[in-house]
Design a protein around this ligand. Sequence first.
Ligand code: HEC
Ligand code: HEC
Ligand code: HEC
Ligand code: HEC
Ligand code: HEC
Ligand code: HEC
Ligand code: HEC
Ligand code: HEC
Length: 642
Amino acid sequence: MNTETLIVLLTIGIGILPIIWIRRFFKNWLWGLLLCIGVFTATGAFIWHNVTSSTVSKKKLQSKSLPHPRLAGGYVSSSKCRSCHPSEYASWYHTYHRTMTQAAGPESVVGNFDKVTLKSKSHSFYLEQKDNEFWAQEIYQNPKTNQNEIGTWNQILMTTGSHQTQIYWVQGPQSNQLRIFPFAYLILKNKWVPLKDAFLKYPEQVENENLFWNFNCIQCHATAGQSRPQVRGKTDTRVGELGIACESCHGPAANHVQINQEPLHRYQNHFSKNSDSTIVNPKRESHRSSSQICGQCHGIFYILDLDHAKQHGFQYRPGDDLEKTKPTIRPKLAKWEKLLNDLEKQDPTFLSNRYWSDGMVRVGGREYNGLVESPCYQRGTMSCLSCHSMHNYQARVDQLSEGMEGDQACLDCHSSYRKQITQHTHHPENSAGSRCYNCHMPYTAYGLLKAQRSHQIDNPSVQSSVETGRPNACNLCHLDQTLDWTQRYLNQWYQIPTVNLTQDQKEISAVLLWLLRGDAGQRALAVLTMGWDVAKETSGDKWLAPFLAELLNDPYTAIRFLAGQSLWKIQEFKNLKYDSQAPPKERIDSKNKVLSIWKRAQTSKISQTGKSILIKPDGKVNRGKMLQFLSQRNDRRMDLSE
Ligand code: HEC
Ligand code: HEC
Ligand code: HEC
Ligand code: HEC
Ligand code: HEC
Ligand code: HEC
Ligand code: HEC
Ligand code: HEC
């Protein structure tokens, strides 16, 4: 029964009582009737008011618990820009920037709340949508009776992300603290996973239950945020806007709006070729300043004014020098040495969870760190806007400007290469092996369950692979080749000196070694490149299955998940049943299933064999070697700070 029906029934019920009673006292029917109608209406109105106002107060609960909207310091919000800049407003409206942080509601929540139950080692929840609200009821197991018991309902108040992964927030212990909900929704896979499994975290890692949006995520996921952790003993977090809006990139615009309100000024301004000094246009800024506008979020930085930042938000405004208040952490610069030593004392994995050992960033979403280490930025004028556009982009995903998905991005500046592509790349001109990005910006960063292009322009180098463990561009595409093979060609083609290699590095495919005995970060990149269409076309994919099968039982859930993904992309395993969260026994069953399918396919088709890929001339896997490499797996704990 819905609320409206209940109200009508109750009203009629309560209305009838006085009719019976009144009949006794009033001879005059008319009086009686009027009085009845009066009571009837009053009761109805009373109940109606109470029920609807309780929905209002529920809504209020949500608005009380969300960061309080407050525009100060010259911020005016995106709604003010729309009338004068309708096309920029529209192009921004379609970006993932806008929808990064949203109040939970039918338009923002992507996860499946259709009466589903989620279970992990530590939590169990029943999810349900009630009208326009999303609720999660905790289910406990009573240790005495071993029975499931029902706990409290939590309302989902806010969402993070709208693209790959969506994370949810519920009421924290006090005022408007938002506590993370322990499951995440993988949007592209339509799947709930325990929060921890959406990231590359070591198996024993316990979920941080006390992760609050207010003190960390706010930094890069909202406009003009202020954590305000302690205001009269309470958290009182504020934001200008929940998403990443106009003024994150253009700076506070009160002045700009006010001045342009005047028609004459607006007219002059519109036809003038000069910049409008009341607002920042990243396009007109120096390459350094415009990149910093993005770098305020797409980078790893150190907050110099931490106390101030907590209370008032960052001091940095577009157009300022980011280095003055939020310097970018560049591990190889001497000036960072002391500070990094201190940071490493508190957290010995600070660097290794973020950077390769030569200082190149290894996690996704931190492109600014890559950019500032690039020769094209340091000695040239490359900026994020050389390739990306925030308003004239081709697609919502990646927001690249026209033509920038290919060589044009480099040829704009390195035009002499246009006429000598093959001469430079030693691959046919139309080959994937001739694309600048594939050799100079390979997929060596990891984040959000995918490999991301390194944004540090670099050359393929076997020496770097040996010293840092970072896969090089050639071996990420030539899956079946050894480091030795690569360095021979690098030497022959580019006169790059060769380095000493171990016997295994000389004989075994580089990517297989990273896959079987690498650390979790290397394994993830190896598994992912085995699912990359371009690499599979270059190297053939018939031989990959028995190795990917081993990783279906990797200790890291994220890696198991990705191994399943890469297997599904191979014809024979399209329909394989596999769940990365299943208990070990089921995972091993899946692994054995893959091996038996593979063996069958292997005998019926002529397949790839070779010493480097551990497949013997008779088509069988060299299991001895494979198990030996697996036993050498680098099990150092990783918790990549994606
Ligand atoms: C009352 C009208 C008006 C409002 C409101 C307004 N602008 Fe403008 N804006 C203008 C005019 C006029 C120009 C001059 C160029 C043009 O016509 O595009 C301009 C130019 C700009 C430029 C380019 C400056 C340059 O030097 O190239 C940016 C960026 C900009 N506005 C951002 C914003 C943002 C962000 C908001 C909302 C917070 C906003 N504007 C609100 C009228 C307005
Ligand atoms: C230093 C800035 C920064 C901080 C702090 C930060 N993020 Fe992010 N986050 C980013 C950037 C940049 C991206 C985009 C990365 C990409 O597309 O590769 C991102 C993307 C994400 C995504 C994926 C969104 C989607 O649509 O798929 C999630 C989920 C996410 N962050 C969660 C968090 C959470 C939770 C916190 C707080 C604990 C947090 N982030 C803190 C900068 C940050
Ligand atoms: C993530 C950063 C970002 C956000 C958010 C953003 N912009 Fe921009 N805006 C830029 C950049 C960068 C440029 C330079 C041109 C480009 O990249 O397309 C620009 C250019 C502009 C221009 C000048 C256009 C021109 O021809 O030079 C206007 C006007 C503008 N933005 C208004 C807005 C408004 C209004 C909003 C919000 C509704 C907004 N921007 C949101 C980054 C942003
Ligand atoms: C206030 C913080 C912030 C600023 C400023 C910012 N970004 Fe982002 N950016 C993010 C976050 C967070 C995401 C993740 C959004 C998502 O994917 O849902 C993101 C996503 C992106 C994406 C990826 C969208 C996708 O396909 O996943 C690109 C590209 C991007 N930003 C480029 C830029 C550029 C270029 C600038 C500077 C002009 C910039 N950003 C400024 C925080 C920011
Ligand atoms: C030389 C061109 C170029 C420059 C400069 C560049 N990017 Fe990119 N960026 C790309 C390309 C190409 C992709 C898409 C990669 C792919 O195909 O997966 C990309 C992807 C991204 C993504 C999405 C990553 C992912 O896989 O989710 C983000 C975020 C991003 N860039 C941010 C930035 C920021 C911020 C800057 C400046 C600090 C920047 N980029 C500079 C070319 C560039
Ligand atoms: C905005 C212009 C610009 C863009 C875009 C650009 N570069 Fe550069 N690049 C330069 C400049 C300038 C240098 C420094 C040249 C010098 O010092 O002689 C450079 C240097 C390099 C170097 C290193 C040279 C060395 O001495 O170490 C490589 C490699 C390189 N670029 C490749 C690329 C690739 C690949 C792309 C596309 C992904 C690209 N560049 C995009 C301007 C650019
Ligand atoms: C993105 C994929 C890709 C990358 C990166 C790449 N290649 Fe290739 N390579 C190919 C493809 C595809 C072919 C086959 C030729 C064609 O395109 O028809 C090839 C062919 C070759 C060949 C000749 C055929 C063979 O297998 O003997 C050699 C040698 C070679 N590549 C070496 C390299 C080296 C060294 C690098 C790094 C400097 C490299 N490749 C980077 C895709 C790639
Ligand atoms: C097959 C891999 C491969 C591809 C594809 C490739 N490069 Fe290179 N590139 C290299 C290597 C290796 C070097 C380092 C050569 C050296 O150390 O002398 C290099 C060096 C460079 C340099 C620096 C040259 C110097 O004098 O230091 C530039 C600039 C450059 N490449 C631009 C490009 C551009 C532009 C494209 C796309 C048209 C491209 N590269 C495609 C492998 C590649």
